[in-house]
Ligand binder design. Structure first.
Ligand SMILES: CSCC[C@H](NC=O)C(=O)N[C@@H](Cc1ccccc1)C(=O)O
Length: 726
């Protein structure tokens, strides 16, 4: 019997609106310990959340504070203190270590012009408001530190002495002005003034979503002296970011990315050549602390200020790889590897480190352990590493929650956000057990969320058939997440939406996913496939896909779909496929390689032709590496390499396509330039295959602006419903 899916646009929009109300957590800070007048100890916890506001067409950011009474080992009492407050105009903010002051970088319009201010608050007084724009020491302050897992360069850090603030901004550049403008003529009359470069100089940027970031500089505000200085003395060929104060405030430690011979896209590419540096502010010397042959990120100073933990992976190769957890000893200057790359998971089940950022604080109070959240197959767990033995313990493996994120840890009090496909994000706290303790964490809820009783999920594991085994990387398994409406009568068959993730080296973990939850409420089953090549399964799985994109990943997805169809609960005549980027590449491959199997296809910014894309994407190395070649900045692909890139691309199969295709394209996509979608649109049109293209101005690769995302979703489901009844 056919199942009835919701098909009225008004009803679908109502469900989307209802479920989009659930906010997600982007930040949590634990304040100092305060002793109350009755002797009880407590800490305030500051949290930031974000929520889609469909009426205002923006993602709104708000904060809420909580109070946690504790005895340093367990939570005694906790609760919210006050209601939520929307945050407007704040680019960055940070409390001082003592909790006595707060620094804010704020954007505000003065006489119709956008200006940036650096504010220092103490108690209820704004002590300083420095107009950074008027100082003209640097360009805009980098805003990418407002959410730790999105941080690439940005930071706002108090010195240990609370007298200085460190941040990253764009380097000051000569005003883009005509040679013939009056102000220039005056300036040039004075030979001491820098001449204009004209208006049309090209400035390289760091690629997708980082178009306004080119030359970052480290800046320091001397709070007492009201003085901003831009650090010089750094090597010319590196761009600094992720900075913090060295022990004793003797200087600053930062990550430097090499930007010669040219910048490659950085977002989702934690494999760019970079190193840990120390700029000594007493002697003015800049020292390189890591080899410079690898890629490093997320340096975190231990509470005893003796060690810096950081993540490291190889340069070039697949963008997302299994990382090493490394440690630099500040006093012996020795580097050690705490956790190495895992090629194949062993008996303990640990699959390796696949986090591209550590949380702002990640150390236990005794400076002996490091805690981080990490995909482990199709779940995200909290893991604890003993730095002396390298042994790893999962703090959450036994839980039935799909995904745990460590927002922060301070004095062993962990603040985490958890969610599952049927459970929106909730906020929890818990104390890390002592180093020799066998106890489990006693988690306490600060902000609960209601489980969707009508949505069910499970993780399915697949072994590829022997003919599809990879001879070089044999016996690899993969998973898929199946999300379904809960109570379905035995005779009812559900329509299915198959969604392979992008990357390809990424993973879909069992967390809250708005679109899957809405689809499920509408009556669809959703299959999210973590094909071989996904992260979270050991490094061998990642490498098994290089040179095999378009075949191994396509076959894995199809194998998972056909296995699910065998269960008998799915309507074989109502299977659709959707995906973005590399997921769009797979969606278009599937409709080309299995003609007529999928009744509808929706692809967001899909990779269509790797050969035509290599010259225009911000990450040309992706095309070479995924096609199985080595990337070099100074060499062009040869004819054979170009041929392979073409042969493994979806455009190669376009003449076999029978499925109607909806393309959703971001005008400003630097990763998969919009011409890729247009190339496919024209090829389908020429073959009279139903195709529709939605064009989103002002949107980049992710199509994540509130109106683009919601419009894309509505059009996707309506396209599928329309073609299920063809
Ligand atoms: C030349 S585009 C390559 C595909 C793209 N990879 C990197 O950006 C992609 O699939 N993007 C994903 C996002 C993603 C990428 C890497 C790791 C995790 C997610 C997408 O847009 O969905």
């Amino acid at each position: 019997m056919d199942s009835k899916v919701m098909s009225s646009p008004g009803e679908i929009a109502r469900v989307y609106k209802e479920l989009s109300l659930y906010p997600s957590l982007s930040r949590a800070d634990v304040g100092p310990v305060i002793t109350s007048q009755y002797g009880g100890k407590y800490s305030n916890i500051y949290t930031e959340w974000s929520q889609r506001d469909l009426e205002r067409n923006e993602n709104v950011k708000f904060c809420r504070q909580y109070i946690v009474f504790h005895d340093d080992k367990s939570v005694v009492y906790s609760g919210a203190s006050g209601n939520c407050t929307e945050i407007k105009g704040e680019v960055l903010s940070k409390d001082s270590p003592s909790g006595d002051m707060k620094a804010v970088v704020r954007e505000s319009s003065v006489k119709g012009e956008d200006k940036q201010f650096l504010e220092v608050w103490s108690k209820n007084i704004k002590m300083k408001s420095i107009n950074l724009s008027a100082l003209k020491k640097h360009g805009k302050v980098y805003d990418d530190a407002s959410c730790y897992y999105l941080t690439l360069f940005g930071c706002l850090v108090w010195s240990h002495s609370e007298t200085h603030l460190l941040y990253v901004a764009e380097k000051k550049r000569p005003k883009a002005e005509s040679f013939f403008q009056a102000s220039n003529a005056e300036q040039q009359a004075n030979p001491n003034n820098p001449a204009t470069e004209g208006q049309f100089v090209f400035h390289e940027d760091w690629g997708e979503a980082l178009g306004d970031k080119s030359c970052p500089v480290l800046c320091i505000l001397d709070i007492e002296g009201d003085f901003v200085s831009v650090l010089d003395g750094l090597p010319d060929d590196i761009s600094p970011g992720q900075a913090f104060w060295a022990p004793g405030d003797t200087g600053v430690v930062f990550i430097g990315w090499w930007h010669e011979p040219f910048r490659l896209g950085l977002k989702y590419c934690p494999n760019r050549r970079s190193a840990l540096f120390y700029m000594d502010l007493t002697g003015g010397k800049c020292e390189q602390l890591s080899s410079g042959k690898t890629s490093v990120c997320s340096p975190r100073l231990s509470p005893d200020q003796c060690r810096i933990a950081y993540l490291e992976c190889s340069v070039y190769g697949p963008h997302m790889q299994c990382s090493k957890l490394c440690m630099y000893d500040w006093y012996t200057k020795k580097t050690s590897v705490v956790v190495d790359v895992i090629k194949r998971p062993g008996k303990d089940g640990f699959t390796g480190i696949y986090s591209s950022q550590l949380s702002p604080q990640c150390w236990s109070a005794d400076s002996q352990r490091i805690i981080f959240a990490c995909p482990q197959r199709s779940r995200k767990d909290l893991l604890m590493v003993d730095i002396n033995t390298g042994s790893i313990n999962s703090l959450t493996a036994k839980s039935d929650i799909g995904s745990w994120c460590l927002l922060n840890i301070e004095r062993d009090l962990m603040v985490v956000s958890c969610s599952s496909p049927n459970c929106p994000p909730s906020l929890w706290v818990g104390f890390l057990p002592g180093i020799d303790s066998q106890e489990n964490v006693d988690w306490v809820t600060l902000e609960d969320s209601e489980k969707l009783q009508d949505v069910d999920w499970q993780i399915l594991t697949f072994t590829p058939p022997s003919e599809d085994d990879n001879s070089q990387y044999s016996n690899l398994e993969f998973d898929a997440l199946l999300i379904k409406p809960k109570e379905v009568k035995d005779e009812v068959k559900l329509p299915l939406i198959v969604t392979p993730h992008g990357g390809p080296h990424s993973v879909i973990v069992a967390e809250w996913l708005l679109s899957s939850a809405v689809l499920c409420r509408m009556g669809f089953a959703v299959l999210l496939v973590n094909y071989r090549g996904s992260i979270g399964y050991g490094e061998d799985s990642i490498y098994s896909l290089l040179g095999n994109v378009g075949t191994q990943d396509v076959k894995d997805v199809q194998f998972a779909v056909e296995s699910v169809l065998k269960s008998g609960s799915i309507d074989e005549q109502k299977v659709a496929v959707s995906g973005g980027s590399h997921g769009g590449f797979l969606a278009c491959h599937l409709i080309g390689q299995y003609p007529g199997f999928y009744k509808a296809c929706v692809a967001r910014n899909p990779v269509i032709n790797m050969a035509s894309m290599i010259g225009s994407t911000d990450i040309p190395d992706w095309c070479m590496v995924e096609a199985g070649f080595v990337f070099n900045t100074d060499c062009l692909p040869d004819a054979a390499e170009w041929e392979k890139m073409l042969n493994i691309s979806p455009i190669k199969y376009v003449s076999q396509v029978k499925t109607p295709v909806l393309l959703t394209i971001g005008e400003d996509d630097k990763r998969v330039p919009n011409k890729q979608g247009i190339e496919y649109y024209k090829a389908l049109k020429a073959r009279q295959i139903p195709v529709r293209l939605l064009w989103y101005p002002g949107n980049n690769h992710s199509l994540s602006k509130v109106d683009a995302e919601s419009d894309g979703f509505m059009n996707m489901v309506l396209w599928m419903i329309q073609h299920f009844s063809d």
